[in-house]
Design a protein around this ligand. Structure first.
Ligand code: ASP
Length: 357
C-alpha cells in the first residue's frame, strides 16, 4: 500500500516548511531519537572545500548534531560515538557493539527511533547485518554522505536531517533497517553502492525504493523484503565472534588457487562473486565442490550488478553441494552466511535462509 505522510487537516493549515518539519506523531511532543555515530565521509574533513582528498571519521557526534540545528525541530536528539572510522575499516567488533547497543536502546520506552551515521563503502553490509539482528520494529535508519563535511555542497547535513525525519516518523516502523541517502529511502536488504564518487550512488536495483524523503517530508511505497528484525531467527545473544567467510571473485581463465587459499586460511564459508548467473570456470567449480565436500558452505552469488542467482540453473547445485544466493549480492550473502554458520545446519536449511532473507 502506498502511504503518503504529511497530508491532511494539519497540512492544510500549515505552510510547506512547517509540514516538512512536522513529525508524524504530532507536534505536541517531539519523538526522541538517539544518534549512533560510526564515522565515514559524513564525518570526514579535508583541508579545503574543493579538494578531492580527505579523511573519513574526523568529526565527532556532537559536532555532527550541532551542524544540523534544523533537525531539532523534528526530534529531541542525543548522540553516542560508537566508533569514528572510515567504513572500509568496519569490523566485527563495531558490528557487535552497534547491534547490541541498538537492541538496548530500542527496548527503552522513551526512545522512539535510532539514526546511525556510517561510511558509504560498507553501509550495505552493516545495514543488512543490523536488519537481521536488531529486535525492534522501531525505526532504525542509517545515513551517510559522499562528500566530507568540509566540502562545497556537502551532502551530509541534508541526508542527516532526512534520516532524523524518517526515524521520527511512526510510519517508518516495521519496514526493516532503512538507509536514507540523497532523498531516497532504501531497504537495507536491497540497496547497493553503484558509483565510486557520485552523490547519487545508491540504488535498490531489484526491489526498488521503500520510499522518498524531501526536506523531511516522507512518502513510503513498500514494506520490507525478506525476513528481518523481530521476524528474524538470528540473534546476537551470547555472540562474541562471527565465523570467517571470504568472497572470491570469478573471471575468465580462473583456476582453483584462490578458493583453496581461503579454505587454507580458515574460511568456514565461501561466497563466489560469480560471472553471469553465479557461474565459474570448470576448474573453479571443481575446486569449490571439493571444498563443499569437506564441509565449507559454498554460496554462489554474482558480480553482475543486478539479477538473481537461481539454484540449478546453469550450475548443478544439487550435485556439487552448493547454495544459490537468490537475490543477495556477494557482500550481503557473506553477511547472511556468517550469521547462518553460528550453528550447524543442513545444506537445505542454508538454501532456505537465502530464499527467506
Ligand atoms: N571511505 C568512506 C567510508 O566508507 C566513503 C564514504 O563514506 O563515502 O567511510
Amino acid at each position: 500500500m502506498r502511504l503518503r505522510i504529511g497530508t491532511g487537516a494539519a497540512a492544510a493549515t500549515l505552510g510547506l516548511a512547517a509540514i516538512a518539519a512536522l513529525p508524524a506523531r504530532g507536534a505536541d511532543k517531539l519523538p526522541t531519537i538517539v544518534v549512533l555515530a560510526t564515522g565515514g565521509t559524513i564525518a570526514g574533513a579535508a583541508a579545503s572545500d574543493v579538494q578531492a582528498g580527505y579523511t573519513s571519521g574526523q568529526v565527532g557526534v556532537d559536532q555532527l548534531l550541532a551542524a544540523v540545528p534544523q533537525a531539532k525541530k523534528l526530534a529531541t536528539m542525543r548522540g553516542e560515538q560508537v566508533a569514528n572510522i572510515g567504513s572500509q575499516d568496519m569490523n566485527d567488533e563495531v558490528w557487535l557493539k552497534l547491534g547490541k547497543r541498538i537492541n538496548e536502546l530500542a527496548a527503552m520506552p522513551d526512545v522512539d527511533g535510532i539514526v546511525i551515521t556510517h561510511g558509504t563503502d560498507t553501509i550495505e553490509e552493516t545495514g543488512y547485518f543490523l536488519n537481521l539482528v536488531v529486535k525492534t520494529k522501531k525505526p532504525v535508519v542509517m545515513t551517510a554522505a559522499m562528500r566530507p563535511s568540509t566540502a562545497l555542497s556537502a551532502d551530509g547535513p541534508l541526508n542527516f536531517f532526512n534520516a532524523v525525519a524518517v526515524a521520527a516518523n511512526k510510519d517508518a516502523a516495521g519496514r526493516g533497517v532503512l538507509v536514507v541517502v540523497n532523498d531516497w529511502i532504501h531497504g537495507a536488504s536491497s540497496l547497493t553502492k553503484t558509483s565510486t564518487t557520485a552523490v547519487q550512488t545508491f540504488l535498490s536495483p531489484l526491489r526498488g525504493l521503500v520510499g522518498t524523503v524531501a526536506y523531511g517530508q516522507c512518502e513510503f511505497y513498500r514494506g520490507p523484503v525478506g525476513k528481518n528484525t523481530l521476524d528474524s531467527e538470528f540473534s546476537l545473544d551470547g555472540v562474541t565472534a562471527l565465523p570467517r567467510v571470504d568472497i572470491v571473485t570469478a573471471h575468465s581463465n580462473m583456476d582453483g588457487a584462490v578458493i583453496d587459499a581461503v579454505a587454507a586460511a580458515g574460511a568456514k564459508g565461501i561466497v563466489i562473486a560469480g560471472v553471469g548467473n553465479g557461474n565459474m570456470t570448470k576448474a573453479g567449480l571443481d575446486a569449490l565442490a571439493a571444498q563443499a565436500k569437506k564441509g565449507i558452505v559454498c554460496v554462489r552469488s554474482s558480480k553482475v550488478a543486478t539479477g538473481r542467482v537461481g539454484r540449478n540453473v546453469e550450475v548443478d547445485d544439487d550435485k556439487l553441494g552448493l547454495v544459490a544466493s537468490d537475490d543477495l549480492n556477494p557482500q550481503k550473502a557473506r553477511v547472511l552466511l556468517r550469521l547462518a554458520l553460528l550453528k550447524p545446519r543442513s545444506l537445505a536449511d542454508m538454501q532456505r535462509l537465502f530464499v527467506e532473507y
